[in-house]
Design a protein. Structure first.
Length: 307
């Protein structure tokens, strides 16, 4: 493998993306028949990428597992995940796929303009209850437990209805999210997260994320990522930090730790086995990074989540 060539399985996709680089500020088309936009899409899909937009987004994963990034937060997902992403907050969900696999209608997505909420609240003051939730969405919010299950049902009901029935389910969804207890909310990006995004930066980050997400358990090198997007390594390092709010090495570390948390929760594998499976070279290094990130050791984490 040369420094300019990503590992097997990613080269063709990345070359195609480089030739067709375009801005990843997603443009949300208005729906003249509805107050908010509801749509579903497959994965892979042209709209399933690292992107940002001024509209708020409520996002449901219907099937599959994978990794996601919201702002500077990296985690893993499975079917049933419900998230609220604030205006301008970049995000991406990358599924674990077999070669050639397509997940049909993986996502159900609701997008709405914050000005619409403000203008409607001027006439319908009950909607003021949404204001704290929308402020919290600047960091991204993942909903858990019963709140996530109830929200998913309302999202699906919206897609199956029109007119007043759809509006009913939208208000039902807003109520569920606004009143979700704190223990069923997980805040994602750090409060200080402020990326400096433009169209080219978003496209570059999108390609780098695909490389990292596809190979995080093996060899992931900044030199390869830099060569892939045609930048000298020092330039790429500064560019990536400015565009994402985090260092390249931090992103790889966070992704490996997120994968480790899932294995600790869902598998019976030994901690030493998990350490090497997620890409760490030795157990003491893995334990140190896990403790710094989670505030507890891998063993303590496994015991707590299983209790």
């Amino acid at each position: 493998m040369t420094a300019a060539e990503p590992p097997d399985g990613a080269t063709a996709r990345l070359a195609e993306r480089l030739l067709g680089m375009h801005a990843n500020r997603e443009v949300i088309p208005p729906d003249p028949n509805h107050s908010v936009r509801w749509h579903e899409h497959d994965y892979p899909s042209p709209v399933a990428r690292w992107n940002y937009h001024p509209e708020y987004e409520i996002h449901l994963i219907r099937k599959g597992t994978g990794k996601f990034i919201v702002g500077d937060h990296i985690g893993t997902f499975e079917a049933g995940q419900v998230s609220l992403v604030g205006s301008g907050l970049p995000h991406d969900w990358v599924s674990d796929l077999e070669p050639g696999e397509v997940l049909e209608n993986r996502d159900a997505v609701i997008q709405f303009d914050g000005r619409w909420v403000e203008q409607t609240a001027a006439l319908v003051p009950e909607l003021a209850e949404l204001k704290p939730l929308l402020e919290e969405s600047a960091r991204g919010v993942e909903f858990l437990g019963r709140s996530a299950a109830s929200a998913a049902a309302s999202i699906e009901a919206m897609g199956a209805t029109t007119g007043l029935d759809r509006l009913h389910h939208l208000l039902e969804l807003f109520t569920i999210l606004a009143r979700a207890p704190q223990e069923e909310r997980r805040y994602l990006a750090d409060e200080w997260f402020r990326p400096q995004l433009d169209g080219q930066a978003a496209a570059v980050v999108d390609m780098v994320l695909e490389y990292v997400f596809s190979n995080h358990a093996g060899s992931v090198k900044m030199s390869e990522a830099a060569a892939m997007v045609g930048m000298p390594e020092p330039t790429f390092s500064k560019y990536f930090k400015r565009a994402t709010g985090q260092n390249f090495s931090d992103l790889v570390r966070k992704l490996r730790l997120a994968h480790a948390r899932r294995l600790l929760e869902r598998s019976e594998k030994a901690i030493s086995e998990i350490c090497y499976e997620v890409g760490f070279s030795n157990l003491s290094n893995f334990n140190r990074h896990f403790l710094n990130d989670a505030g507890e050791t891998p063993r303590q984490y496994r015991q707590r989540v299983r209790s």
